[in-house]
Ligand binder design. Sequence first.
Ligand SMILES: Nc1ncnc2c1ncn2[C@@H]1O[C@H](COP(=O)(O)OP(=O)(O)OP(=O)(O)O)[C@@H](O)[C@H]1O
Length: 360
Amino acid sequence: MTTRTTHTARATADAAEAADTALLRLDAATVRFGARTALDAVDLDVAEHEIVSVLGPSGSGKSTLLRAVAGLTALDDGRVLLGGADQRDVPAHRRGVGLMFQDHQLFPQRDVGGNVGFGPRMHKAPREQRQRRVAELLDLVGLPDAQTRAVATLSGGEQQRVALARALAPEPRLLMLDEPLGQLDRSLRERLVVELRQLFGRLGTTVLAVTHDQGEAFALADRVVLMREGRIAQSGTPLEVWQHPADEFVARFLGFDAIADAVVAGGTAVTDWGRLPVPAGTPDGPCRLLVRPTGVLLSAEGALRCEVIARTFRGGHVAVRLRPERGPLLEAECALRAAPREGATVGVDFDPEDVVVLPG
Ligand SMILES: Nc1ncnc2c1ncn2[C@@H]1O[C@H](COP(=O)(O)OP(=O)(O)OP(=O)(O)O)[C@@H](O)[C@H]1O
């Protein structure tokens, strides 16, 4: 009895602590547009200093979630809490959240300094303090000499940095980014996303970011939230989500398409591809099974014969698309020099480390 009471007391204390450390909490947050439920009883906590990326297909409710937190879209049900306080009656401009949208609409008639200093000016910060803040932020985003430049003379990447500095200037307790790097080319995005993560880490900024781009979300975030039809399909660290997709939808969204029906018995799965080893501890019974490209091993002796139907150069490796003699298509990841030619017949073995049983 004593133990039970102690456990209950600890659980209550843990729950109370979790509630305290959540800077943002969505509690069954629901938004409807006519018959369509864009946000469907979503529960989500974002801790102070945490960077969370919201990811999902078009129309899954990502922007609606952001807009509801910002106070730009009203909830039909549920609550948004910031620092523990219900935001129901708090207008957008009093929520203390910073917003940076895809098209980063800078004020074209103001110079860079005027854009970055806009928020602090609205908050009536003294001129000297404002100027210091603008200089600091431009330094942070790597544009120390841009104060007096006209917005029209900036490159896309530079505009993006100015927009970021502007969003950070009023020191929001929560910074929300909607497709922050959406319009930039891939190499610039890959560079900026690393810089952003470092910058947020240094500043201790709490961030909720929405993106279509899986690579961007995984590179930026401490935690990834994957949405489907207004609900959260999975929430976890990038590694957790990558290693253990919650279901087939998540797996396919991440680009894993080699998925087949299987029946597991005694550490082996029977599939159309043949018998595959499964990770230790996998329960017996029917399931859906995924093989990651790194688990598809090409070898002359491989039991499953496959035809190479495509090769895609992916920088450090070649993605080799395979049509097996039976079962769904497979993909293998090959070193540049080892990749077989299109039309070749190869044998395939499977590495149990990369065989994932999808929860039903
Ligand atoms: N103002 C609105 N009026 C009616 N329906 C809306 C409105 N805003 C969003 N929706 C609908 O709600 C659903 C969720 O939209 P939302 O913009 O949140 O999705 P999203 O995941 O951000 O999509 P995308 O990646 O395409 O921007 C969609 O079906 C959309 O059509």
